[in-house]
Design a protein around this ligand. Sequence first.
Ligand code: NAP
Length: 291
Amino acid sequence: MKLIDGKKISSEIKEEIAQEVHELLAKGGKKPHLAAILVGNDGGSETYVAHKVKACEQVGFDSTLIRFPDSVSEHELIEKIKEVNQNADIDGLIVQLPIPEHISEEKVIECIDPKKDVDGFHPANVGRMVAGMPAFVSATPNGILELLSRYQIETSGKHCVVIGRSNIVGRPMSILLSQKRTTGNATVTVCHSRTENLKEISKQADIVIAALGKPEFLTADMVKEGAVIIDVGTTRVKSDKTKSGWKLKGDVKFDEVAEKASYITPVPGGVGPMTIVSLLKNTLLAAQKKV
Ligand code: NAP
């Protein structure tokens, strides 16, 4: 079994991005600039946004964190997004999800300028991605493709089983893997909460992408010998062994599945760090006006 080290690969990619920023500045360009909007103070969202801001600093980007209380109105939030859309100094904009229920996630996403939508959630970017056109691709699936590519894991002709069909992970992942592209050309099966006989399906997979958010869902009896296992899940579970009182659990029962897998990602340190570098890559593309 080989461990897929997302932390190491993400550090390498950050160095590559920092080098590109250096070259951009040497040519008289400006620093790429990411703005992040955070509504409320959910612990998980705070951590994710803090990591994103820190990663921007590490590669030489500018970043702006815009905070609103939970009580912010939809109108106020949308006005701020419109303001950022108009700000020529800001290249990329993300709104950290989830947002409070009284605000329409759809309206907020549709309001972001597609040319600044570095999360790749705007329908214009989703449509372009599906059509195989240049687009901002959702960060987590893009990061997984990068991991598969850097570990030279063949996807062409392989059977990939994606568990989960969310708009931000499972759905784009299944489309990208099935496309005629490098790190694609796979035969893809998408499973979800209504799938019957999931175990029989996952046992046929050469590559399993577990993205359902159910800790330790995928057990050894659900995978075949030699399968590649990508664990997207990050659920906070209570722990008396950590200072914070919680720890992150993946969707894969790591110890027993690792014994059968040819490659496997850990949680943490697998897919998570790749999500952040994909966001940085998209921001760089936005600054270079390449999408
Ligand atoms: P989500 O929107 O809740 O979607 C979960 C998907 O899993 C849904 O399609 C759901 O099916 C399916 N599902 C739920 N229970 C299932 C079951 N028992 N059997 C089969 N399918 C089941 O979640 P998400 O946003 O895609 O995130 C998934 C996980 O990835 C979460 O733990 C999240 O925290 C993590 N995540 C990690 C990163 C990272 O950077 N590491 C990034 C994004 C998300 P239905 O459609 O039928 O409801």
